[in-house]
Design a binder for this molecule. Structure first.
Ligand SMILES: Cc1cc2nc3c(=O)[nH]c(=O)nc-3n(C[C@H](O)[C@H](O)[C@H](O)COP(=O)(O)OP(=O)(O)OC[C@H]3O[C@@H](n4cnc5c(N)ncnc54)[C@H](O)[C@@H]3O)c2cc1C
Length: 262
């Protein structure tokens, strides 16, 4: 690793003012530190977000669930507010990686990193989340724009994420046996605006599965999504999991998720 200046500001404004040139923010470090160790990124300045209290907090606000960007996966999993309002989101957080990853990794870091196999993006899409940043509010539907790519600009920080509270929701993933990342993950939710289905792991970046949403709008039943045929053209393919297998998993996991909603 190359030498770098390290800052630990206590306010969002100070953090933003430090994000100049090739400076990078770091939150839990679970994704960015390995990248630095591999030499894939060598910022001259690293700005830790860990001491910024305004990036923390989990609360109900105007009927929505709001989670500070620096809240760890473990805190989301244990939060009584998350368990009360969106228990499937608490369960999702509890299924991320291992205890060390959950104790350090944060929801803001996960969304900003936009790993194609990360769990939160599926929930953000299915729960019509709004990503609040230091510059604007970005609907989840337009946040993920490519492989490890989001709508964020270099000096823009996620401050909090707000989620629609669903009448019912469930997340099912087929975890990679080594990392627990989603080979495919499907989050199904019934919102006041209609059914939503967010899929991660299957393609270069997380996206809503519109055909499944339409099938659930016509009939909210496990069979409505379990029989869907998924085109494999844009799906990920690797030596362990073919595109056809991922397509199969999408239908199977959607069926299980709807079934688990009760
Ligand atoms: C062994 C292992 C297993 C894992 N398994 C899973 C899994 O099963 N499911 C899953 O979803 N994830 C998994 N992860 C990833 C984990 O969830 C990370 O915590 C997460 O991807 C990044 O969060 P972080 O806080 O550590 O971000 P960091 O590593 O600190 O940062 C990641 C990126 O986000 C940016 N960033 C951080 N915070 C903000 C912010 N507030 N605003 C804007 N940009 C910001 C940073 O600049 C950096 O580019 C795993 C990681 C490891 C190491």
């Amino acid at each position: 690793m190359q030498p770098f200046a390290f800052h630990r500001p206590s306010t969002i404004a100070e953090a933003v003012s430090l994000l100049r040139g090739d400076a990078k923010a770091i939150s839990g470090g679970q994704s960015f530190l390995p990248i630095m160790k591999e030499g894939l990124a060598a910022p001259d300045t690293v700005v830790s977000l860990r001491n910024i209290d305004d990036l923390k907090g989990i609360r109900e606000e105007g009927g929505r669930l709001v989670i500070g960007a620096a809240e760890t996966h473990a805190s989301v999993n244990r939060s009584s507010e998350v368990q009360r309002l969106i228990p499937s989101l608490a369960a999702l957080a509890g299924g991320i990686g291992d205890a060390q990853v959950r104790n350090r990794g944060t929801i803001g870091g996960s969304l900003a990193h936009a790993d194609p196999a990360a769990d939160y993006p599926a929930a953000a899409l299915a729960l019509d989340a709004v990503i609040h940043t230091t510059k604007r509010e970005i609907p989840a539907a337009s946040f993920f724009t490519g492989l490890f790519t989001t709508a964020l600009t270099a000096d823009e920080l996620i401050t909090k994420v707000s989620f629609t509270v669903p009448s019912r929701a469930n997340y099912q993933k087929f975890p990679h046996p080594a990392s627990k990342y989603a080979v495919v993950g499907v989050f199904v939710a019934n919102l006041p605006a209609g059914p939503r289905v967010g899929v991660t792991g299957a393609a270069p970046y997380a996206a809503r599965w519109v055909a499944a949403e339409q099938a659930l709008a016509a009939s909210w039943s496990a069979d409505a999504v379990g029989s869907l045929q998924v085109p494999t053209g844009t799906l990920n393919e690797d030596p362990d999991f073919s595109a056809a297998y991922r397509a199969h998993l999408m239908a199977v996991l959607a069926k299980r998720a709807v079934g688990a909603c009760g």
